[in-house]
Design a protein around this ligand. Structure first.
Ligand code: MN
Length: 296
């Protein structure tokens, strides 16, 4: 099943469009992965300027292909990230952060992914982890950088709270590779650049080819001479009903209302910090309806 992107204006001072493939009308989560944004590659005079905003009930996983971004958060973290590194922020009950693209003379190209926290972990204190050395290995012609979870006997040091995997895949030309996967899990491959066939299905750039549980091998065939760059996500199907609104993942309408009010009134739950961007992003008005818990 092919998941098509929608173009979204990121809440940023620079007005850059991003392509969002999760949540999707056809599929809301892949394992606990619940949000997939593809950002850039930007023109050289554009970058990412995302002022302070909150999160709850999720982890943000930021992975760069080009450029450099500075992350700051209400734990006091100040951390630059470069290609090949993972920034993993665990919001738990609440955190605030900002993201600033650096080196604006070069292009920025990244994905930002969210992982829903299971109920037993969503009230934990917030934390931040940078993984500078992720496992790198190959399946035949496919070069793999495993930034989260377990694949092929390798495990990323990134701390996650459910059974999942996240990896960058590269194929250098018109070649084919095979990846053994856990048939109890569901998977999705986001094509970042190039075009591929995934288990025989044509998969253009900026789409996700979704594979339901029951598949034990993924065949990726890079089409054309352009190098193929992709992100593989997978995991045990996330069976909790969640309410996802703006930057919060909760379990009920009332919990969303409480998180929104606490952020907009500068309460202590999300904390505060200083950055070079300045200002903060207020939560928008809630829609005039009761938000219902959903699952796939
Ligand atoms: Mn954020």
């Amino acid at each position: 099943m092919l998941l098509e992107p929608r173009t979204v204006k990121l809440t940023t001072r620079t007005g850059i469009d991003i392509r969002r493939t999760l949540p999707n009308a056809r599929k809301r989560t892949i394992g606990a992965w619940c949000f997939v944004d593809h950002f850039g590659p930007t023109a050289q005079d554009e970058s990412m300027v995302v002022a302070a905003h909150p999160h709850s009930g999720l982890q943000t996983a930021t992975w760069l292909f080009e450029g450099e971004v500075e992350h700051r958060d209400s734990l006091g973290t100040v951390q630059k990230i470069r290609p090949g590194q993972l920034n993993l922020m665990t919001a738990g009950r609440g955190i605030a952060h900002s993201e600033l693209g650096l080196r604006q003379s070069s292009s920025l190209h990244a994905v930002q992914l969210w992982i829903a926290l299971p109920d037993e972990a969503r009230h934990n204190a917030a934390s931040f982890q940078q993984v500078t050395e992720v496992p790198r290995f190959a399946f035949g012609q496919i070069a793999v950088s495993l930034f989260a979870g377990t694949l092929g006997g390798h495990t990323s040091p990134a701390v996650v709270f459910s059974d999942l995997l996240g990896a960058e895949l590269r194929i250098s030309g018109a070649l084919t590779g095979k990846i053994p996967i856990n048939p109890m899990h569901e998977h999705g491959i986001l094509i970042v650049s190039g075009t591929a066939k995934v288990n025989g299905e044509l998969t253009p750039a900026d789409t996700i080819q979704y594979l339901a549980p029951g598949v034990s091998e993924i065949t990726v065939e890079a089409l054309g001479d352009e190098p193929l760059l992709a992100i593989l996500l997978g995991g045990k199907p996330f069976d909790e009903e969640i309410v996802m609104w703006w930057n919060f993942i909760e379990r009920s309408h009332d919990e969303i209302v409480a998180a929104r009010e606490e952020w907009n009134s500068h309460g202590p739950r999300f904390g505060q910090f200083e950055d070079q961007i300045g200002g903060w992003t207020p939560a928008p008005e809630l829609p005039n309806l009761i938000l219902r818990p959903r699952k796939d």
